[in-house]
Write a protein that binds this ligand. Structure first.
Ligand code: ATP
Length: 350
């Protein structure tokens, strides 16, 4: 198990700065997702950690040793890519053994590790097949096995599930998570899909425009984003301009909401408030108490298990997400209630 640190890392390609400054600590055995939109610098960051690129400035440490200039073959990292890059003329077991063979590992050891790894990735029954005879998920498991058999100290995955359909992606995510936890291998996973990042990772590093925008556990990132840009990227749909007072009141176009004390102390002034759509109660009768907003259901999107309502409130549209145990009609007058702890405030100058 290896701890990975990036200290003041920058990467220029000629006059273009791909990464302007990144500091990142990845604990031993942790799974960290690098998340961000296309072109933000995720792959470049991963390639520097792997040793495929050298940082222009800054340092990369593995267990406190500076490896910034150590080439990829001496770093003991394993890489899995979106394209599986399996050898088409080799069977599953030959593909998996390949890395050890070229290193000259003794035959007995290769065979022992092969059995172990085929069990781990559940590919025993496919060992004599060729890649063309496998499904996408099976091919990706071969690619993972081929990497794991070399016993890397850090596992890197660059959009490994991008070629798979939705259902298989879900299965492979659970497979990777379970495998990673069982082996306790430090893993860095690149994705542009926020759901994938939240589902898989212990911590998520959000990268925007070559900078680390936030580094947090999935729930913290989702519930307490540092900026409106991050909230938006994480899928927030209720972001409203508000004036936040020292006493903890947020005044928006649809009314005034009481905020949680802890939020207020640092958030006074002009800002935005974030109402998590799944934390809003949709009521058909006016309740007593504070943090109630009156509105009318304007639209309904049915997703099966859950349903989204768009509710017009004082000229703004608030989205409410709830279980579809009941269905409320469009045109219905409703009251929305949200507890202070489910409201997050961001200052405009944050
Ligand atoms: P994607 O999700 O599309 O793969 P990414 O976040 O992984 O994107 P990178 O591949 O790290 O992004 O690229 C970051 C920026 O650096 C991009 O603008 C890219 O064009 C640029 N870049 C990457 N590699 C090079 C290179 N070798 N030479 C010049 N520019 C590069």
């Amino acid at each position: 198990m290896t701890k990975v640190q990036l200290k003041g890392v920058r990467k220029d390609f000629g006059a273009f700065t791909a990464i302007s400054q990144i500091d990142l600590d990845i604990n031993s055995g942790e799974l960290v997702a690098l998340l961000g939109p296309s072109g933000c610098g995720k792959t470049t960051t991963l390639r520097m950690i792997a040793g495929l690129e050298v940082p222009t400035y800054g340092h990369i440490l593995f267990d406190d040793d500076d490896v910034s200039e150590v080439p990829v073959q001496d770093r003991q990292v394993g890489m899995v890519f979106q394209r599986y890059a399996l050898f088409p003329h080799m069977t599953v077991e030959k593909n998996v053994m390949f890395g050890l063979k070229v290193r000259g590992t003794p035959k007995a050891e290769i065979e022992e590790r092969l059995e172990e790894i085929l069990d781990v990735v559940q590919l025993q029954q496919f060992r004599h097949r060729f890649p063309a005879q496998l499904s996408g998920g099976q091919m990706q498991r071969v690619a993972i096995a081929r990497t794991l058999i070399t016993k890397p100290s850090v596992l890197m995955m660059d959009e490994p599930l991008a070629n798979l359909d939705t259902k298989l992606r879900g299965e492979m995510r659970r497979f990777i998570r379970e495998l990673q936890q069982r082996l306790g291998i430090t893993t860095i996973f690149v994705t542009h899909d926020q759901i994938e990042a939240m589902e898989l990772a212990d911590r998520v590093a959000v990268i925007f425009d070559g900078k680390l925008a936030q580094y947090d556990a999935p729930d913290a990132l989702y519930q307490r984003p540092n900026s409106v840009e991050i909230a938006d990227f994480m899928g927030a749909n209720n972001i409203f301009a508000a004036q936040i007072s020292a006493s903890g009141l947020a005044t928006a176009a649809f009314g005034t909401l009481q905020l949680d004390r802890d939020i207020v102390t640092v958030r006074e002034g002009a800002g935005r408030i974030l109402l998590r759509s799944e934390a809003i109660d949709l009521l058909l009768e006016e309740p007593d108490g504070e943090n109630v907003i009156e509105g009318t259901v304007e639209g309904r999107e049915f997703f099966g298990a859950t349903v989204n309502y768009t509710v017009t409130c004082g000229g703004e549209i608030i989205t409410v997400n709830e279980q579809s145990r009941r269905l409320v009609e469009v045109g219905q007058k409703v009251w929305l209630r949200i507890e202070p702890r489910h409201i997050w405030a961001i200052r405009d100058d944050a």
